[in-house]
Design a protein around this ligand. Structure first.
Ligand SMILES: *Cc1c(COP(=O)(O)O)cnc(C)c1O
Length: 361
């Protein structure tokens, strides 16, 4: 038997076992071609079909209206940090951002290269432990940008801020894409590196509303225009075929489980199990995020001392619970429980945490 652990890494992250098995089964001979998907021409019929299926699955699972384009791009979410201003900034108009942590800051830094940026709300005053409330964007902005889930701090938007008409809401959903049902019509653009919630590293999902494709200045480099990729269905140049294939398998698997409503139900259950352990620990475990901003995807917490945290991470690893060390800017521990993390994995972690408390308090 191959050894598998419970993988709580923040990204790249765990993938569903049936997806890996299917990829293994098809590795040497994809659908009778005698080739791996890694070797297939991106212009072949077989690749073309799976590519389209991946696009269609995103549309179906996210309930996207027809006016939204699904793009599979490269360069990670970090490349979108500058592609967003390049494609959406309007001459003479500033850009608006909400600062909820390290990823938001990186996005802001890139936007500043293209013009004025207003930070309309921030939670930096309390080490990003909450999502600001009553966020207001001005009707003078080119667009409004938020970070849907803050992987490092374990905070997540549970309601979406409104934007004035004509100011599209742009959301970095790298660590919470498809974790819950959303109304896509609230967004002009959604982007997400695949490696946390929908697949492996190497591909970035970008969802853009049709009317926004026309904003980009003509003299922008071809590859930097979303329009280029939308017109060619992400086949303008060689796409990351293998990564898109694994995304397709994982989306198919999520569909078989009942789609995003079913994922949301399980995600809420998983998160509650861990937050309950924290809340009932009499302060042995201390959650970083304020309860009303808690993430369904990244559960962040501290113990009394760094020594105890180190011991906890080490003993968890001995039990096959891997990747629980927190990010250095928060310290402590972080359990990343993306869509592919099973309920069983979370229950095993919760049991371990209770035992660890009993033995160490
Ligand atoms: C991981 C992450 C990123 C960075 O993604 P890359 O694909 O590595 O560029 C950006 N934003 C958020 C919210 C993330 O969680």
């Amino acid at each position: 038997m191959t050894k598998r652990v419970y993988n709580f890494y923040p990204g790249p992250a765990t993938l569903p076992l049936p997806v890996l098995k299917k990829a293994q089964e098809e590795l040497l001979d994809y659908k009778g071609t005698g080739m791996s998907v890694m070797e297939l021409s991106h212009r072949s019929k077989e690749y073309g079909e799976l590519h389209q299926e991946a696009v269609d699955l995103v549309k179906e699972l996210m309930n996207l209206p027809d006016e939204y384009h699904v793009l599979w791009l490269q360069g990670g979410a970090s490349t979108q940090f500058y592609m967003v201003p390049v494609n959406l900034k309007i001459d003479g108009k500033h850009m608006e951002y909400v600062n909820t942590g390290a990823w938001a800051k990186k996005a802001i830094k890139e936007a500043k290269l293209y013009g004025d940026v207003n930070i309309v709300a921030s939670s930096e005053d309390e080490n990003f432990s909450y999502i600001p409330k009553n966020i207001e964007f001005s009707d003078k902005a080119s667009y409004a940008h938020i970070t849907g889930n803050n992987t490092i701090y374990g905070t997540e938007y549970h309601e979406w801020p409104k934007t004035p008409d004509d100011v599209p809401l742009v959301c970095d959903m790298s660590s919470n894409i498809m974790d819950k049902v959303i109304d896509p019509k609230k967004f002009g653009v959604i982007y997400a590196g695949a490696q946390k919630n929908i697949g492996p590293a190497g591909v970035t999902l970008v969802i853009v509303r049709e009317d926004l494709l026309g904003r980009v200045p003509e003299n922008t480099p071809t590859m930097q225009k979303w329009k280029t990729h939308a017109e060619k269905n992400s086949l303008f140049n060689t796409p990351p075929c293998w990564a898109i294939y694994i995304c397709k398998l994982s989306l198919e698997y999520n569909k078989s489980l009942g789609g995003v409503p079913a994922l949301e139900k399980t995600n809420r259950k998983k998160a509650k199990i861990l937050y309950d352990v924290i809340d009932k620990s009499d302060g042995f475990y201390k959650g970083h995020a304020k309860p009303d901003s808690r993430s369904l995807m990244n559960v962040t917490f501290n113990l009394q001392t760094p020594e105890l945290e180190e011991k906890c991470v080490k003993e968890a690893a001995e039990r096959g619970l891997i990747g629980l060390k927190g990010h250095r800017s928060v310290g402590g521990m972080r359990a990343s429980i993306y869509n592919a993390m099973t309920l069983e994995g979370v229950e095993t972690l919760a049991e371990f945490m209770k035992e660890f408390q009993e033995e160490n308090q």
